[in-house]
Design a protein around this ligand. Structure first.
Ligand code: PRX
Length: 630
């Protein structure tokens, strides 16, 4: 395995990865358990898009996450489960127990008729059974598609239908602070709009009453009968491992498909080198939900591949009070803590006593992911949580990239607030101008592209290779386009600025403007809408909707509530617009395209930077929009 220890290692590995990728990835993969080792490193490129890594290898990722640790570390704690309610006892799950539970779960899925290549959809809270399910899916060669528990029944149904999932696994409900979310009800509703699901497997967590469905199966009943012997199914390197949906600039979510050997390699390589967990007593805690890519790579796979101990947290950062994260760090002696800027900003706004009353001296490394971290939040995190003594790894990556691409390496790279700093060895990013010309110099700003394939990249959009091509490889032919803008400082350090496409990042959740617009347009009084992001103190960005109506709306509050309900219904509560402005028109070019730049500037309250509006089809609406801005 590659374990970079200092700057000179970093320089050497960067060179090796460039000049002799075979040797580099050979080293990165040498400790894995292969059923058949690879002999061919990579084929395909950004033109043919037939990208394959370690193609002739055979393996099962769970043998690498679980079985290979059993010899020496069977009784090491893999998971410390911290429930939502601080009065409920945490659970310690050893590697041996995790292995056993995963095997039992795989047998249970098998008994329900699941076979290699079938898709299993998970719609659950953060309970250990979700992890068992995901790993069981991988062990039996099924494909998992985890849908975040905040999505609505329509969004869930859309995702189930897109990948034709055969099994849906849910909880009765999930505990979120002082609330419970009725997941089973949402799953029942989703099944009204699907025909592919054969069973609805329900794991009881909240023990609240729920409506039965004819497809219901009871997790506890089946699990208690299942055998704990399940030999890992042999997978080819490029067999699909999972699908994860994310928003893009058109209405339909994209199911990014990741495959087995490349994803595994990149998950462990990036985990080891970015976080640098060195002591056996170190405890990792990634606060992300498994419903997002961070919860896949740096909870379900990366840390287990490395055989470390990690926390799984069911709850929310602000309940019973805003000190919950710090209480958990203290209680479980967390050494490596990985969270999102939106959480940091929310906690930063609270009484500092909530931090100071907990002992955070176990912390060694802090991480940030999901959106640009603003300087103030970075400084607060550094001073109050890291006590100016823990490196902060600001990790840039995406659902599509599978793992961290640009980031400091803890204790190795010099930090610069808000900078993701360097690509990992093996990754070759560049900045391009709008014509696609590579900007070679430093101290520049441009669009972020990646020049060459890497093992962890998504191989396609499930069922829609054309969309994969047009979204990522057609803007700048020959390169992977990230959709992000970035700066490079005079020393070559990268700073990610944010999306340059029609994607809004609300609390680290990617939301496509078109999805929200489609939902708003369902309202009978809406003629057209346009959605943009606006700067939000806690969430990073909030959603601002401009709406044209068929007639004058008398009760505006009622109308706005109907709009937000519609968005909650179609997508989920987290995508609700915070600002809704009724307008008589939207600024359009002569070809009828909405000039979102103008709407964005108004939402950002930068009306002095509107630029030339005289070429618009309807310049007069701009003034009206400015006057009515919120
Ligand atoms: O805009 C970038 C932002 O999050 C986007 C990817 O979102 P998603 O696929 O949901 O994955 C999030 C977790 C990896 C990126 O295109 N982003 C992610 N990390 C950072 C970031 N923006 C700035 N700094 C980061 N560290």
């Amino acid at each position: 395995m590659i374990r970079i220890k200092n700057q000179s290692d970093f320089d050497n590995y960067t060179k090796l990865a460039k000049e002799n990728p075979e040797a580099f990835w050979k080293e990165a993969t040498k400790e894995f358990v292969w059923k058949k080792p690879w002999s061919k490193l990579q084929s395909g490129d950004f033109n043919d898009l037939d990208i394959k890594w370690f193609e002739d290898a055979e393996l099962n990722i769970t043998e690498n996450c679980l079985d290979r640790h059993l010899k020496n570390n069977a009784n090491k704690t893999a998971i410390i489960y911290e429930p939502n309610n601080p009065h409920e006892d945490p659970q310690q799950i050893t590697y041996k127990q995790l292995h056993e539970n995963v095997c039992k779960t795989a047998n249970m899925f098998k008994d329900l008729g699941i076979k290699k290549g079938d898709v299993i959809c998970f719609y659950m809270g953060m309970v250990p059974e979700l992890l068992y399910g995901v790993l069981a899916s991988a062990r039996m060669g099924a494909i998992h598609s985890v849908v975040f528990g905040g999505f609505s029944s329509k969004a869930l149904a859309e995702r189930i239908n897109d990948c034709q999932a055969k099994l849906l696994v849910t909880n009765d409900g999930s505990n979120r602070g002082n609330k419970t979310i009725a997941l089973k009800q949402v799953a029942n509703d989703a099944l009204e709009n699907t025909t592919c699901v054969k069973h609805l497997l329900v794991h009881k967590r909240t023990n609240e009453e729920f409506d039965k469905h004819e497809l219901d199966q009871d997790w506890d009943k089946l699990f208690s009968k299942a055998s704990s012997d399940f030999p890992a199914v042999t997978m080819k390197a490029e067999d699909p491992l999972f699908i994860l949906y994310t928003s893009g600039s058109t209405g339909k979510p994209k199911g990014l498909m990741h495959t087995t050997a490349g994803y595994m390699t990149y998950a462990q390589y990036s985990f080891d080198n970015v976080f640098q967990m060195q002591d056996d007593s170190d405890v990792f805690w990634c606060t992300a939900d498994i419903g997002w890519i961070t919860g896949h790579t740096y909870f379900s796979y990366g840390p287990l591949l490395s055989g470390v101990t990690q926390v799984m947290f069911e709850g929310v950062p602000t309940w019973p009070d805003g000190g919950r994260f710090w209480e958990v760090v203290d209680k479980h002696k967390v050494s490596h803590f990985y969270t999102a800027p939106t959480a940091i900003r929310a906690l930063e706004a609270l009484d500092i006593e909530l931090v100071n009353k907990h002992n955070l001296s176990s912390l060694k490394v802090l991480g940030s992911v999901g959106e640009p971290i603003n300087e103030e939040a970075w400084q607060w995190y550094n001073k109050n949580i890291g006590k100016n003594n823990c490196p902060i790894v600001d990790t840039w990556w995406q659902t599509e990239t599978g793992g961290i691409m640009i980031s400091p390496l803890a204790h190795i790279t010099e930090m610069k607030p808000c900078y993701a700093i360097n690509p990992l060895p093996g990754i070759e990013p560049a900045l391009v101008d709008t014509e696609g010309k590579i900007l070679e110099a430093n101290d520049v700003e441009g669009n972020l592209i990646i020049k060459k394939p890497w093992p962890g990249m998504a191989r396609t959009v499930y069922g829609d290779p054309e969309r994969y091509k047009s979204t990522y490889f057609s803007t700048y032919p020959g390169f992977y386009f990230t959709g992000d803008g970035a700066k490079r400082d005079e020393k070559g350090n990268y700073r990610i600025i944010g999306r340059v496409d029609d994607v809004i990042n609300v609390s680290g959740h990617r939301i496509g403007t078109a999805e929200v617009e489609n939902a708003i347009n369902e309202h009978e009084s809406v003629v057209e809408s346009a959605v943009v992001g606006f700067p939000h103190e806690i969430k990073g960005q909030g959603i601002y909707a401009y709406v044209i109506c068929t007639s004058e709306i008398k009760d505006k509050d009622k109308f706005k509530k109907q709009i937000t309900d519609l968005v909650s219904d179609e997508i989920g509560r987290f995508a609700k617009p915070e600002k809704i402005q009724i307008v008589s028109g939207l600024p359009k070019t002569r070809s009828g395209k909405i000039m979102r730049r103008i709407l964005r500037k108004v939402a950002e309250k930068q009306t002095d930077q509107l630029g030339d509006t005289s070429t618009l089809l309807n310049p007069e609406v701009v003034e009206e929009i400015i006057q009515g801005a919120q």
